[in-house]
Each structure stands twice: as C-alpha cells, then as structure tokens.
Design a protein around this ligand. Structure first.
Ligand SMILES: Nc1ncnc2c1ncn2[C@@H]1O[C@H](COP(=O)(O)OP(=O)(O)OP(=O)(O)O)[C@@H](O)[C@H]1O
Ligand SMILES: [Mg+2]
Length: 202
C-alpha cells in the first residue's frame, strides 16, 4: 500500500531529522520507503535549488522565487513522487506545497490566494496522506541552526521577522483544521518527537 507523508515547519524545526528517523523506522518494519525533499531532486530540481537557495549573486524577485519552487515541485511530482507511489512505496518528502504557502505567501508577502493556486497546481493533484507540522518557537528553531553553519542556505539567513511571518503562515493553515495536518510539539528531544510521530503508524 503506497502512502505519501510530508514534513513541514520553519527552518530548524527538525524536519530533516524526523523525516529520516521515520524513514528508518518504516523501512525497519519492512515498508519500501522512498525518501525525498523539496527543492532539489532530479536534474531540473538540482539546477533550481542552486538558483534559489545557493547563489548569492542574484536578488531573486519574490514572484520569480514562487515560480521556481513550483517548477521544482511539478517536475519532482512527475518524475519521482508519482512513479514511486505507483510502485507501492511509502514516499516521505521533506517539505511540500504547504511550505510554498508559508514561505512565499506569508514570508515574502505575496497574495496568499495566488500562491495557494500555484502551489496546488504544481502538485499535479497529488496530495499528502499525512503531514507532520513540527511546532516550535521561532527563537528556539533559529538557535538550532546556529550549530549547523556548514549547511546554511539563503532562507536560513533571512531575518527573524521573516521566519516569524512564515510561522504565522503555518499557523493560519493549521487553524483551518485540515485533517491530514498533524501538529507535533517539536521543542523536545529528537527521541520524544520521533515517538509521537511513530504512534501514527502503530
Ligand atoms: N529535537 C531536537 N532538539 C535539539 N536539536 C535538534 C532537534 N532536532 C534537530 N536538531 C538539530 O537542529 C538542527 C536543525 O534540525 P534539522 O536540520 O532537522 O531541521 P530542519 O527543519 O530540517 O531545518 P531546515 O528547514 O533548515 O532544513 C540540526 O543541527 C539538528 O541536528
Ligand atoms: Mg532540513
């Protein structure tokens, strides 16, 4: 049985840590797991990730950034996510379209309705079965990133106010009580958070 699991939250909330722990856990239970992330998978994705997150010499217009993230997603869904789901895999994706709404809609201040339409369109109709939103105070998440100097990207370097707006975007989404979105208290230890996430699969 295939299923599609996504992880969401502000930078430093622990998505990558928890997505990997869950991938290992479900593999250990005998599931065929495909672990992936946004942006940056596949050839087009790598090129786009390089432009959006790594280059420092282009000041990217927010609408251009929105289009790049959506382009990355559409290609990722067609090339990797859909084929893996068809193969019966459990697909775990570190960020998906909720990130576009939070970051481009709220963080960058673009029209949330337009962003929502574009984010949806870029998913080619592929919705997650379950989304874990890792909930943590912005201050605490940003402190965690300070210990991760080597892997810093352009989003990490945005000011505190940007991350607060992104957090607000996620909260607006959560207030809609969308059943697939599970809010996980993420200011505790990696083990405690993993235990809570695991409980959805027992
Ligand atoms: N529960 C935790 N308690 C303390 N530190 C943690 C916890 N989970 C992850 N970390 C550490 O905090 C940093 C950020 O974690 P991680 O990379 O998993 O976050 P992320 O949400 O994927 O961030 P980004 O959005 O920037 O990719 C890492 O150095 C990680 O080792
Ligand atoms: Mg990460």
């Amino acid at each position: 049985m295939s299923r599609f699991i996504t992880f969401e939250g502000i930078d430093g909330s622990g998505k990558s840590t928890q997505a990997k722990l869950l991938a290992d856990y479900l593999s250990g239970k005998g599931e065929e797991v495909f672990f992936t992330k946004e942006p940056g998978e596949g050839k087009l994705g790598e090129a786009i990730r390089n432009e959006i997150l790594d280059r420092r010499d282009i000041d990217i217009e927010p609408y251009a950034e929105l289009c790049l993230f959506c382009a990355d997603r559409a290609q990722h869904v067609r090339e990797l996510i859909v084929p893996k789901l068809k193969d019966g895999c459990t697909v775990i994706c570190d960020r998906y379209y909720d990130s576009t709404l939070a970051y481009q809609g709220f963080g960058r201040g673009l029209d949330p309705n337009l962003v929502s339409h574009m984010a949806m369109a870029s998913s080619l109709g592929v919705e997650p079965d379950i989304t874990f939103f890792l909930s943590i105070p912005v201050e605490q998440a940003l402190l965690r990133l300070k210990d991760r100097e080597k892997e810093r990207n352009k989003m990490d370097e945005e000011p505190f106010e940007f991350h607060s707006r992104v957090d607000r975007g996620y909260r607006v989404l959560i207030e809609k009580s969308i059943p697939r979105i599970k809010v996980i208290e993420a200011s505790t230890s990696p083990e405690e958070i993993h235990t809570e996430i695991k409980s959805f699969f027992e």
